[in-house]
Design a protein around this ligand. Structure first.
Ligand code: AMP
Length: 302
């Protein structure tokens, strides 16, 4: 089924204790689209500058990402620079250059307006809301954000959260936005803003699915060679939404399986810089890793 995403496309300069890379292709919508493309066709709304390589756009198109909603503007593509310490769970932003994002107004093409599944990837919350005003009656809307917007556009972000079904954000962002350190209390405050479900990403430790009366916990797969966690959250969201859009099952069990598929895709992403590892996955790789997750967390009820 149809899955629409709006978000950033970027050049990332990333430093980890194990290596660094300048001007790697990144951006929330880019990671999301590549990941979700393993489950369903993706419709992308985003903006790039003249400097964004045509070869990457061709790669996305080959993976059935529909680029009708992509604008190529005069000027430079969005740029993000970040660093990770030995704790690879937290990115420290060193620089953000909005560039072509500064006066970007997302336009949803007519052919995308009836998309049933919509993901508002990390981007200015006002732009996220403007996309929702243009789509007709989606079956499911989810969204992500980051501390940059929590700190810079809090009121707009709370308004956007009031318009969505599911929020998918990091544990640290849940605490920061709620002003509450206990994760259950903080999650409840976010649910009070409007969404019915909250997915709390916990970096290498996995993810929680929190609804009013239930909590589900999916583990993170212990991985020996982590190169770069950048984009793990967006890749998670791509697996999560891609699976939901491909099956159409929004039951509690369907959402739980989607959280595991999100974790599966994120576990591949951290194995390389940029989305290099996601370029060559096969369906069997994804299924095999889903089984690994199932074995990892399985225990018998007494
Ligand atoms: P994550 O999945 O949280 O690791 O997201 C990393 C991606 O978010 C990088 O590829 C960045 O280009 C992108 N990004 C960083 N800051 C922002 C921002 N303020 N708005 C939109 N995207 C961003």
């Amino acid at each position: 089924m149809s899955l629409l995403v709006v978000g950033s496309m970027a050049f990332d300069s990333v430093k980890t204790p194990f290596g660094e890379r300048d001007n790697a292709i990144g951006g929330s919508a880019t990671y999301f689209s590549v990941s979700a493309s393993y489950f369903t066709d993706v419709r992308l709304v985003a903006v790039v500058g003249q400097d964004f390589p045509e070869s990457e756009l061709n790669f996305l198109a080959e993976r059935s990402v529909d680029l009708t909603g992509l604008e190529r503007k005069e000027g430079e593509t969005f740029r993000w620079k970040g660093e990770y310490g030995f704790d690879l769970n937290t990115a420290h932003t060193l620089d953000t250059q909005l560039n072509v994002f500064l006066d970007f107004q997302p336009r949803v093409p007519d052919s995308f307006k009836e998309s049933e599944y919509v993901f508002l990837a990390n981007i200015d919350p006002e732009l996220q809301a403007s996309v929702l005003e243009q789509v007709k009656s989606p079956r499911l809307v989810a969204c992500d954000t980051m501390n940059f917007w929590i700190e810079g556009k809090r009121d707009e972000l709370v308004k956007t959260f009031g318009m969505v079904d599911i929020v998918v954000i990091n544990e640290g962002e849940v605490r920061e936005l709620a002003g509450e350190s206990n994760i259950l209390k903080a999650s409840r405050k976010i649910l009070e803003m409007g969404p019915k479900s909250l997915v709390v990403k916990q970096g290498e430790y996995g993810a929680l699915l929190i609804q009013n009366n239930s909590v589900f916990s999916a583990p993170g797969l212990p991985i020996e060679d982590i190169h770069d966690p950048t984009g793990a959250g967006d890749t998670f969201a791509g697996g999560f939404m891609g699976y939901l859009a491909s099956k159409g099952d929004l039951s509690r069990d369907g959402l739980r399986r989607a959280v595991v598929f999100g974790s599966v895709m994120a576990s591949f992403n951290v194995e390389s810089f940029s989305y290099d590892r996601l370029r060559t996955l096969a369906g069997e790789d994804i299924e095999a890793r889903y089984r690994e997750f199932s074995d990892l967390a399985h225990f018998e009820r007494l």
